[in-house]
Design a protein around this ligand. Structure first.
Ligand code: HEC
Ligand code: HEC
Length: 332
């Protein structure tokens, strides 16, 4: 029987940690109902189950930090000035990191320490959190022993208690994308942006702050307040896989994409085209080892002979095929 169903039955449906349509069905019965049912199995930790002790207090604060990051540690933060923009973690890791297909953080506590290609070394989870503070938030790292870092780690540990060991649950990773034969087109992407994105993010991509200026109602996509070029969101495949499940905000429901793969790639190409849009810092020089560099990172040297412009905009399939033949890692 599916492990999730076992947990569900043990706990009873009313306190089930999972939104599990068809709770109590055997794995065989679930299969008979079809993939639509299996697709509706998502792990959503119930925050009313956060313990009422000191650890729970940190977990609650950690969750608030993900939801209202800039209020606490933004440019005018009440607990210190670490971020240089007013984005919140939840703008990308939606629902404080538990939304499926949205850079889901349920398994992060299990996943670290881990080799990271960007730095070319093993990072702890705290260092990984600081990476997002330094790149998407364009900021300076939180001290590892600060209450804020301890709270974020406590929250990540608590949500992790709901994740099956080894990950692999629905929405743990962002949605897959089929690569078209041609390169992604910033020109077509601009049309997608104007039609489907500008109404919220603004024609100039600068988003919209909330009334007291402590965070964004609609976060910025480029310009001085947006993520840095060194952020993974600046990579076109990485962004497109996230956009597919999550944008336009008002047109998607969890697990049901609105954009086609082509539109997602094109609009990601438009947003991330450095010839069209400025971002906070000069490009950071990451990924010291060309072999483990993701294929959609555009700055050489590369372990293959494809030009920088193809690494950035595609077509990606020839790069993937070549690297597979040469037994080089294919990461994106
Ligand atoms: C109805 C308003 C709305 C529309 C339309 C919309 N977005 Fe968003 N977008 C949001 C909101 C709200 C968030 C923050 C989500 C959160 O905090 O949970 C967001 C977040 C994002 C982010 C991640 C955070 C950042 O600023 O880097 C990207 C990238 C993004 N949107 C791109 C797009 C693209 C591309 C489109 C069009 C295809 C689009 N959005 C359409 C409201 C919208
Ligand atoms: C502009 C978008 C954006 C913002 C804002 C952002 N992140 Fe990230 N974060 C990413 C992307 C992209 C990744 C890489 C995910 C991947 O490779 O699949 C990532 C990865 C991570 C990871 C590693 C996940 C894992 O299991 O490997 C952690 C932890 C993390 N972010 C925490 C945070 C925290 C905490 C904040 C707020 C302080 C934050 N992030 C803000 C985009 C963002």
């Amino acid at each position: 029987m599916d492990r999730r169903v076992v947990i569900c039955l043990l706990l009873g449906c009313s306190v089930c940690f999972y939104i599990l349509t068809g709770c109590g069905l055997s794995a065989k019965e679930k299969k008979e109902v079809g993939t639509a049912l299996v697709k509706s199995v998502f792990i959503l930790p119930d925050t009313s189950l956060i313990p009422n002790d000191m650890f729970g207090e940190e977990v609650r604060y950690g969750r608030q930090l993900l939801l209202n990051t800039a209020y606490y540690i933004g440019p005018n933060g009440t607990k210190g000035h670490y971020l240089r923009n007013r984005m919140n973690c939840t703008n990308c890791h939606q629902d404080a990191g538990v939304k499926p297909y949205s850079f889901n953080l349920l398994s992060s506590h299990d996943n670290y320490p881990q080799y990271r290609a960007r730095e070319g070394k093993i990072l702890t989870l705290a260092e990984r959190v600081n990476n997002c503070i330094m790149r998407p938030h364009n900021g300076k790292p939180l001290p590892l022993d600060s209450r804020e870092m301890v709270a974020i780690l406590s929250y990540l540990k608590w949500i992790n208690s709901f994740a099956p060991k080894g990950g692999g649950f629905e929405g743990a990773k962002n949605m897959a994308i089929q690569f078209p034969a041609a390169a992604a087109s910033p020109k077509r992407g601009k049309e997608v942006f104007t039609q489907l994105c500008a109404s919220c993010h603004g024609n100039d991509g600068s988003g919209q702050l909330n009334s007291d200026g402590t965070g964004f109602i609609y976060p910025p996509l480029w310009g001085g307040q947006a993520y840095q070029p060194g952020s993974s969101m600046h990579r076109i495949i990485k962004m497109a896989r996230w956009l597919k499940a999550n944008m336009p905000y008002n047109k998607v429901t969890t697990g049901k994409p609105f954009l086609t793969d082509q539109q997602a790639l094109d609009v990601a190409a438009f947003i991330n085209d450095d010839d069209i849009h400025d971002r906070p810092n000069p490009k950071s020089f990451d990924y010291p080892d060309p072999v483990t560099k993701p294929i959609d990172y555009d700055r050489g040297p590369f372990a293959d002979s494809f030009p920088s412009v193809q690494h950035k905009f595609g077509p990606y399939q020839p790069i993937i095929d070549y690297r597979k033949t040469m037994r080089l890692p294919v990461d994106y």
